[in-house]
Design a protein around this ligand. Structure first.
Ligand SMILES: Nc1nc2c(c(=O)[nH]1)N[C@H]1C(S)=C(S)[C@@H](COP(=O)(O)O)O[C@H]1N2
Ligand SMILES: [Mo]
Length: 354
C-alpha cells in the first residue's frame, strides 16, 4: 500500500463510517454524481422544519428574514465548484493526527445553483462598524469541550468579493439533506469547512468571530498555544484514478505489462488555475508533463491524461503533482501540523505490471 493510516481508533472508525469519500474512480466524471461526492458532517444531520427561514441580521441597516421560495425567486447562478475537505490526506501525516481519517478521497465537484451572496448583503446593508459576516447552520454539538452551533465567518471583503453563493440545488436537484438542505454557503476555491450547510443565519458582527470552527479549529499551527494562521483556500493537488484493477484487501493495482496504460485524473487549486500536471512512474524520481484538458471556470478541477508504457513486468509507484498559476506545487512528503490540515503531498499509487 501507499502511505498507511497507522492505528485507526474506534472513534476514527465511527467518523469514517459516517463520512464517506469519493471513490477515486469517480475522477472520470467532471461533475461528481451526488451520491459519490464526499461527505463531512461534524455532528448530526439536523431536522429542518417547515418554519425554516434564513435570517440576515446583526450589524446591518435592514435585517431580513427570507423563506426558501423567496430565495429561489432571487437572481440565480449555476456553477461547478470543486470542494475538498481541509483534512484530506490527514491519514498519511506523521505522527498520527486523530480526527476524520481521510486518505485522499475527500473531494468532489458539484454543480451548485443558488443566489449570489453579495447583493443580499448589500440589501441588508452592513453598518460601518461591521468587520465580519458569521454563517451558522442548524446543527449543534460539542467539540473541544465547547457546546456550539457549527459556524464560520468571512471578512466583509471575502464575503463580497470571493464569489460566494447561497446554494439550494446540487446537480440540478434540491440539496440532499446530508449536503445542507435547504440552503448552504458555497465559497469557490475555499476548503470545505467554509461552506456552511443547513444555513440558518447570516450575522454581521463588529468583532472578529471567535467561534470554535474559526478560532480553534482550521488553523495551521504546531502547538496548542499558538494562534497559527487560518486555513482558507485549497492547496494545489492532482489525483489520478488508480489504473488497472484492484486486489480486494490491499487495493494494490494490477495492469498489463505489454500495453500502454491510459492514466487519467484531475487537478485543482483554490489559489489559481492549474498550469501543469506532472506524472512519475518511479516514485517521484523523474517526472514528465501530462496532457491537460480545458480549464473550465477557475474553481473547477482540470482533467489530465498520460499514456504510460511499463518497462516490462515489475513493481512501479505512480505519482502525480499539480502546479497552479501562482507557481505553487505539491511537496513529496506531508508537513506535520496539529490539526492535520492541508496535506497536499503527492499521491502515490503502487502498481504491479504483469
Ligand atoms: N453546518 C455545517 N456545515 C458544514 C459542516 C458541518 O459539519 N456542519 N462540515 C463542513 C466541512 S468540514 C466540510 S469538508 C464540508 C463538506 O461538505 P459536503 O458534506 O457537502 O461534501 O461541509 C462543511 N460545512
Ligand atoms: Mo472538512
Amino acid at each position: 500500500m501507499g502511505p498507511q493510516p497507522a492505528g485507526i481508533s474506534r472513534e476514527e472508525l465511527q467518523l469514517a463510517a459516517r463520512n464517506h469519500g469519493m471513490p477515486l474512480e469517480a475522477l472520470r466524471h467532471e461533475i461528481t454524481p451526488v451520491g459519490l461526492h464526499y461527505l463531512l458532517v461534524h455532528y448530526d444531520i439536523p431536522a429542518v422544519g417547515e418554519e425554516w427561514r434564513l435570517r440576515v441580521d446583526g450589524r446591518v441597516h435592514r435585517p431580513l428574514e427570507l423563506d426558501l421560495d423567496t430565495i429561489r425567486a432571487l437572481p440565480s447562478v449555476t456553477q461547478p465548484v470543486t470542494m475538498e475537505c481541509a483534512g484530506n490526506g490527514r491519514a498519511a501525516i506523521e505522527p498520527h493526527v486523530t480526527s476524520q481519517p481521510w486518505i485522499l478521497e475527500a473531494v468532489g465537484t458539484g454543480e451548485w445553483t443558488g443566489t449570489p451572496l453579495a447583493p443580499l448583503l448589500e440589501q441588508a446593508g452592513p453598518l460601518d462598524d461591521a468587520v465580519e459576516i458569521v454563517f451558522e447552520g442548524l446543527d449543534r454539538g460539542l467539540e473541544g469541550g465547547d457546546e456550539q452551533i457549527y459556524g464560520r465567518s468571512l471578512t466583509i471583503e471575502q464575503a463580497v468579493n470571493d464569489g460566494a453563493m447561497l446554494a439550494y440545488e446540487l446537480n440540478g436537484a434540491p440539496l440532499p439533506s446530508q449536503h445542507g438542505y435547504p440552503l448552504r454557503l458555497v465559497v469557490p476555491g475555499w476548503y470545505g469547512m467554509t461552506n456552511v450547510k443547513w444555513l440558518s443565519s447570516i450575522t454581521a458582527v463588529s468583532e472578529p468571530f471567535a467561534g470554535y470552527q474559526q478560532a480553534q479549529s482550521y488553523r495551521w499551527r504546531r502547538e496548542d498555544h499558538e494562534a497559527g494562521r487560518p486555513v482558507t483556500r485549497m492547496m494545489p493537488r492532482a489525483l489520478m484514478a488508480p489504473p488497472g484493477i484492484p486486489e480486494f484487501m490491499s487495493r494494490e493495482r494490477t495492469v498489463a505489462a505489454t500495453e500502454p496504460v491510459a492514466v487519467q485524473g484531475r487537478a485543482w487549486s483554490g489559489w489559481g488555475p492549474i498550469e501543469l500536471v506532472e506524472f512519475s512512474a518511479d516514485g517521484g524520481d523523474s517526472w514528465r508533463a501530462a496532457e491537460l484538458g480545458d480549464q473550465g471556470s477557475p474553481h473547477v478541477w482540470r482533467g489530465w491524461t498520460v499514456s504510460w508504457q511499463p518497462e516490462g513486468a515489475g513493481r512501479y509507484e505512480l505519482c502525480c503533482r499539480a502546479t497552479d498559476a501562482t507557481g505553487a506545487t505539491q511537496p513529496l512528503h506531508p508537513e506535520w501540523n496539529l490539526g492535520g490540515y492541508e496535506n497536499n503531498a503527492v499521491q502515490r499509487v503502487p502498481v504491479v505490471a504483469r
